[in-house]
Structures are given as C-alpha cells and as structure tokens.
Design a protein around this ligand. Structure first.
Ligand code: ADP
Length: 626
C-alpha cells in the first residue's frame, strides 16, 4: 500500500509559509540555490558521519559531492547529491511538515508588507521551500543510504497545497532535486549565471560543487567551487563576503551576521572555531527546547548539529562551527557531556563570544541593535555564569532616569561616570514597565536631587540584580526597600523631623490599616506623592512576588510597609479629619493609591471604588449645586 502513488496535503503552516516565501523573498530569489546546495552538502556530511559506524555505506570510490545540472530547453535545474538520502517517511516528514514549535504564531505576525515579511522569514530560516520562489513544480527523487534500490521515492509538488509521493527504482543513493523553472526564471538555466551564483554563495562548501549543462555543447561536469571547508582556511585568505555567505549556509538566516570570530587553537588541545553573532533574533529565541549550539566536526568530518555543550545556555543565539582534532570520531552527545576537554573548550569559546560582544559594544549604534535583539538573553548570563560576571556586567545596558525614554543604552560605567563622589551606590527600581517605573513615587526624592536610577522592567531583572549585587565596589540598591540610604541625607524630610502630631497621625493610620500593612512610617523618598509602599529588608521584592505568583508559585504572605509624605496636602487633610468613618476611608484610599502606583493589583477593586465614591460624595463641595 505504502508503495503506491499517494497524494498528501501539506501541513497548514507549510502552505502558509510557501505563499509568504514566494511573495516576500521574490526580490532575493537567487538564494534558493544556496539553500539547495546547503542541504545537499549537509546530506553528504551526514552520510560520512553514518559511515563511521557503518563503513559499508561509503565505498572507497565514492567521491562525495554536489552536482548542478541545468537544461535550458526543458527549463530545469537539478541539484544532485550522493549523500544520506531520505526514505519515504523521511521525505513526507521533512518536506511536508515544519517541526519547529511556534511556527503558527510566527506566521501570524506576517503583515503582507514585503520588506517586513522578508525580514521575518529570514529570522525563521529559509530552506527547501525557497525552491518554489523560482519553480512552479519541484521533483525530489531520493534513496536513503542503506536501503534497497526499490525503496527509493519520488516526491513532487507545485507548492500549492499538496504533494505526491511514489516509490521508484533508483540505482544511486542520495537525492536529486529538480526545479521546473517558472517561465520568466529561465536565467537559472544559464550556465554563466549559475556558475557565478555557486561562486558567490557556495564557494566555501567542503565538497566539490560541479556544473553540467545538459543538451548544450559543453556537457562535461566542471567543478566550480574551491571545495575547501571555509574554517580550515587561514583567516587572511577568507574575504568578508565569504564569511557572510558561510554564515547564511550555516544558519539559513537571510541577513548578514553582526560579527564573527575565527580562531585556531594549537597546543594541548587543538581545534578551530568559527563563531557568529546574528544580527536578528530567531523567531523562537525564547523556546528553551529548541535545538541550539554549534556544528561539531572532528578532523573535518561532520559529527553533529546543535552540539549544545560548547556554549552556555545564555549564549544560545551564537551560531558556528567547531572542528576538533582530538575528540574521538565516535563521540556522542552523552560522551561530550563527560569529556574533560569540554570544560576548557567551553570556557575558551565563551570568552571568545564575550570578546566579540565587547568589540561590538565599542560602536554604540551597533551594540544597541545587538542589545535590542539579545540583551534579555545575555542578562541570563549574570545568573548562570559567575566566572564571567565582571565581563558580563560591562556588557549590560539599562534605561535610566538620565535618558528620558525607555531605550536600554546606558552601561553601569556610564552611570558611575555621572555620580557624585560621595555616592557609592547604584540605585534601581523594578517595575512592570517603563511608564510605571518612571512615574513611581519611590524615585521622586532621588529624581528631584538628580540622582540617577536604573529602571528595570525585564522579567529577568529581579534575578539579575540579585546575582550582580554590586559593580566595582558600588552596591546595587533597591529604592523600594524600607531602608534607603541616600548620599548626604541632610536636606531630607526625615523621621527625625517628625513632631508629636505626625507621630500620632502615623499611629492612628496604622491602627486603621494594621490588617493590611506591617507598619506606617514617615517617608524620606516622596516629593509629589502622598504615600508609597515599600518592602522590608528581608521581604521579597513585590515585582518579583507578582511574577512568581503569576507563574503559580505559592509564597508566604507578607505585608508591605506604608510610607507617608507628611507634608502632602492629602495627608494634611487626613490629619484634620475628625470623622472616624472618613478617616478610615481616606487612610485606605491613600494605601490603595500607593499600591496602584507601584503597579500592584488591588485585592478588592470594587471596595476601593465604593470607598472612593462615598468619600468624594461626602466632601463638602456639592453644596453649590443644590
Ligand atoms: P533545514 O535544512 O533548515 O532543516 P529544509 O527545509 O531546507 O530545512 O529541509 C528540511 C529537511 O529536509 C532537512 O533538515 C533534511 O533533513 C531534509 N533534506 C532536505 N534536502 C535534503 C537532501 N538533499 N538530502 C537529504 N535530506 C534533505
């Protein structure tokens, strides 16, 4: 049954992707060839790898390579490899579905605007389906290495919604992908055009890529590329463009990388690494399950994709190759984990990445781009990688009260350059978003005194400040804590200046609110607001508490401390309030406002509204309207 010709439908996501790809990548259509050659070369790599364990898969006279055949008359272009091939099931899975999770959500972000969509598709990674940009029919014939000739399969589709699959007989193992070019794409059946594209996009492929013109006079296959894996060449021999093209081959990214670093390490451990930092985050950067890591070769033999052991999780956006001379060829993921050489390689590669970032950071605009894409991931490093804490801290960028907007572009060094001599602390506030942070009562006093505050609004920030704790001898201080040490407190409206009336008032308010707050104090940090809530020294930060609770964690209850601005008109009104009911109501309102201002949810919003309404109606301002 399974040998018969079957017509199957593409997964919905594939159908959508095909439409979008054809539409948005049209102005860059030639990249399809890079994708096809890239897949063919990967297939050759995979066969060589499988042959390590099953030598019979690769006879001595097999020269692995990629062939391009063009036929002007029939308007076809074929990419032929003698690599691993695909079985029937593999063909259906690989070319009929997209396994990446989050694809459906990703596709929803498409707008129909070509430039925007092309950028997004680039982040997704263009692959086999790019063939349909130039072809109105694609035929794939493949025989999996190790399977009999009659287990070969033919897959065919016009890229509209369905594909057919049937068994065929095929003498050779490997895959032939034939593009039936659209009428106005006949340029891709011209040898000079294809030759220049191979040179441009695939010169660095480690296998020979040859070109044959079928039906023309010159039918002999001619090797077009230099067929040496790029990373094995010396740095001085590789041009910028070649590095960029190799990156695109490796990552299926559409855009140029931001920076790369190519190094050969000799001595006790010998290996070459070529690491890239992409210019844009992939669509599934936040999917922690997504495969990540470097492409591992041992003595130029491909071993595995996504070897995640070479870099820490927070550097999951780095792409690249590592080619070791010492690791055994039969190394598995499990063995990698235990290999003692790995620890040293991992720290050396991590350092290389951090050095690259330092280099980018020298250019503010470029670094802003990097930070916008990957800053939040890099912040995980502070929590994860204590050994590199100092280097990472220098790479952090923040929005601060100095900026006047939410761009995260101030380093801790920038902050310290602006502080007065007597200040030996770095102040920060944690908040849900920029608007809440900048308007927060907690920072009023600091702002009015010109003391800069870091405005921390990313989810990870609460952990970040915890791990960082201090920078170059300056302790990081949460401005929403009970004790707040400001430099030179002399002009502060402190507790010391409280008179007996104030003390009585605080006590009375506490009497009303004791179920809701731990204590009521006079505030030293407020200027315009009537009150704010702060956390005790040992309490969990309210912002962090909200996040943990939102993720389902149960935390022991703790009551906030209410701080009152004794000079605020509302508080003065409160102190003159002789009706107990109104005093209670206004005390509660002051507390509710303090909670709202820091971004908290009121436990009982309806009660607040009712209290507020009643209080307003009871004010002596309605008389005139009678
Ligand atoms: P990607 O290469 O990013 O995984 P593609 O859409 O280009 O995505 O290809 C999907 C899968 O199809 C590949 O991962 C590979 O398993 C398989 N494939 C594509 N081309 C070939 C080929 N020439 N030989 C063997 N397998 C191939």
């Amino acid at each position: 049954m399974s040998k018969q010709r079957e017509t199957l439908g593409f997964q919905t996501e594939v159908r959508q992707l095909l439409q979008l790809m054809i539409h948005s990548l049209y102005s860059n259509k030639e990249i399809f060839l890079r994708e096809m050659i890239s897949n063919a070369s990967d297939a050759a790599d995979k066969l060589r790898f499988e042959a390590l364990a099953n030598p019979e898969l690769l006879t001595d006279d097999t020269d692995l390579g990629v062939g391009i055949e063009i036929n002007k008359e029939q308007r076809t272009l074929s990419v032929v490899d003698n690599g691993i091939g695909m079985s029937r099931d593999e063909l259906i899975d690989n070319l009929g579905t997209i396994a990446k999770s989050g694809t459906a959500e990703f596709l929803q972000q498409m707008t129909g605007d070509k430039q925007h969509d092309a950028h997004l598709i680039g982040q997704f990674g263009v692959g086999f389906y790019s063939a349909f940009i130039v072809a109105d029919k694609v035929t794939v014939e493949s025989r999996r290495a190790g399977l009999e000739a009659d287990a070969a399969v033919r897959w065919e589709s016009d890229g509209k919604g369905e594909f057919t699959i049937e068994n065929i007989d095929r003498a050779e193992c490997g895959t032939r992908v034939t593009l039936h070019l659209k009428k106005d794409e006949s340029e891709f059946a011209e040898s000079f055009r294809i030759e220049s594209l191979i040179r441009k996009y695939s010169d660095h492929i480690g296998f020979p890529v040859s070109l044959t013109e079928i039906g023309g006079e010159d039918t002999a296959a001619k090797v077009v590329n230099s067929a040496t894996a790029l990373w094995t060449r010396s740095r001085t021999d590789v041009s910028e463009d070649e590095y960029k093209e190799f990156y695109k081959h490796l990552s299926h990214d559409f855009a140029d990388p931001l920076i790369w670093s190519h190094n050969r390490v000799e001595g006790k451990r010998e290996y070459t690494s070529l690491l890239y930092i992409p210019s844009a985050a992939p669509f599934d950067l936040w999917n922690r399950e997504k495969p990540r890591g470097l492409k591992l070769y041992v003595q130029r033999v491909f071993i595995m994709d996504d070897a995640e052991q070479f870099l820490p999780l927070y550097l999951r956006f780095v792409k690249g190759v590592v080619d070791s001379s010492d690791l055994p060829l039969n190394i598995s993921r499990e063995m990698l984990q235990k290999n003692p050489d790995l620890t040293a390689m991992r720290s050396a590669l991590t350092r290389r990445v951090l050095d690259m970032l330092k280099k980018i950071a020298a250019d503010e605009d470029e670094y802003r781009q990097f930070w916008g894409e990957f800053g939040q991931v890099l912040k995980e490093g502070l929590v994860e990688d204590h050994a590199n804490k100092d280097k990472l801290a220098k790479l952090l960028r923040f929005a601060t009260t100095h900026n006047g907007n939410e761009t995260q572009n101030q380093s801790l060094d920038n902050y310290l350059e602006r502080t007065e001599k007597e200040q030996d602390k770095i102040y920060y506030i944690l908040a849900e978003n920029y608007a809440t942070a900048i308007a927060s009562p907690h920072i009023e006093q600091l702002r009015s005194r010109g003391i800069e505050v870091l405005l921390l609004t990313d989810r990870i920030d609460a952990w970040l400040v915890d791990s960082l704790a201090e920078y170059e001898g300056n302790v990081l201080v949460d401005v929403a804590r009970e004790t707040l040490d400001l430099p030179d407190d002399s002009d502060d409206k402190g507790r010391d200046k409280l008179n007996d009336d104030h003390k009585k008032l605080l006590k009375k308010i506490h009497g009303v609110l004791k179920e809701r707050v731990e204590s009521v104090n006079a505030s030293r940090r407020l200027v315009e607001s009537s009150a704010c809530v702060v956390a005790g020294e040992q309490d969990i930060n309210p912002q962090l508490r909200r996040m943990l609770e939102a993720s389902g964690q149960e935390l022991p209850d703790s009551k906030p401390i209410l701080e009152i601005n004794v000079e605020h008109p509302l508080v003065i009104r409160l102190s003159g309030e002789d009706d107990d009911g109104r005093f209670d109501a206004l005390s509660n309102i002051v507390l509710d406002h303090a909670l709202l201002a820091e971004g908290a949810q009121l436990e009982n919003p309806a009660e607040y509204v009712q209290r507020m309404t009643e209080y307003l109606l009871n004010l002596d301002i309605g008389a005139d309207h009678e």
